[in-house]
Design a protein around this ligand. Structure first.
Ligand code: HEC
Length: 152
């Protein structure tokens, strides 16, 4: 059977730096891999961040700011890894994502907004505010998973 190579070229402009670069996935499997690895990495960095915020007296001097910026950077590219054909394969992504794309995009952008709040709380050394923002970010992970990540 003739198999067509599918190429996606996605241009993403990083709002913070104004820089534009391309994320390219040759096929569904590589997009799926990318998002699963990135989500896994973000999850472990969030744990580090929580620890760092808790133990720090001065959030601006510790590694919290570097960690949250890294999480934000990685999170910017996630939406691009949900390429149109990648609802099939070794994925837990629900096919509804592509039927309800505007809502999925909205949840992703809510999550990114929570990360921005978290970064500014850390930057201004508001520990309590940072813990609250961390909880809001964790809630935004869950609200997307409830709708769009399958359990098996
Ligand atoms: C806008 C939707 C959305 C948001 C926000 C979101 N996720 Fe996910 N997440 C998904 C989907 C969809 C998958 C399934 C990806 C797949 O299997 O292709 C997933 C998968 C994962 C996985 C499993 C990776 C694997 O190896 O299978 C982890 C861990 C994860 N997310 C953690 C998080 C954390 C932590 C946050 C918040 C900091 C978060 N996610 C925010 C939609 C989201």
């Amino acid at each position: 059977m003739f198999k067509k190579g599918i190429q996606h070229l996605l241009l993403i402009s990083a709002l913070s730096s104004g820089a534009t670069f391309a994320l390219e996935f040759d096929d569904a499997a590589s997009a799926i891999n990318y998002r699963q690895e990135t989500f896994g990495h973000i999850e472990s960095q969030l744990k580090l961040l929580k620890r760092s915020i808790k133990k720090s007296d001065n959030l601006t001097s510790g590694d919290a700011l570097a960690i949250v910026r890294n999480i934000s950077n990685e999170s910017q590219h996630l939406i691009a890894a949900f390429t149109p054909v990648s609802y099939q394969g070794k994925t837990k992504a629900d096919a509804d994502i592509w039927d309800e794309w505007p809502r999925f995009e909205q949840l992703m952008s809510d999550y990114l907004g929570n990360l921005r709040d978290l970064e500014s709380a850390i930057q201004s050394n508001h520990k309590k505010q940072a813990m609250n923002a961390l909880r809001s970010a964790a809630r935004s992970c869950k609200s997307c998973h409830i709708s769009y990540r399958d359990f098996w």
